[in-house]
Design a protein around this ligand. Sequence first.
Ligand code: CMP
Length: 141
Amino acid sequence: MQSIRTLAIIKPDALRSGDAGKILTVIEDSGLTIEAARMFRLTREQAGEFYGVHKGKPFYEELLSFMTSGPCIALVLSGENTIARWRELMGATDPEKAAEGTIRKLYGTSVRFNACHGSDAPETARQEIAFFFSGSELPEN
Ligand code: CMP
């Protein structure tokens, strides 16, 4: 069993539309464990650092505007095959291409306003968790 943690973000669009609770319910019903949670509003500098890998892409500036447009909820999730499982629950980045019943299909409205984020690999997950949470905020592994 691979029990690596992942970082999930419930994005500003989902909080604005009142869907954050429904997304938390999807997570709880999936059997994944919420190990830590924080609600905050990113500064542009923080958003730029978090999404640094996308710098220079045509959607980068608008992505930063979106991610700083309101509060987010960051979550640390754990469980069996956590990274892949959370990505499966989210669905494809573009809600139009996401499978029926996935979070992005249900609550996303466009490739930018796609309701949630998830780390894509173990090393990214480690870096993204450390971006939002200090070691003392996380339960012992
Ligand atoms: P996320 O999984 O958080 O990772 C990068 C984010 O950039 C992605 O979700 C979308 O919100 C956004 N994004 C990715 N591709 C595009 C695109 N083609 N146009 C606009 N936004 C995008």
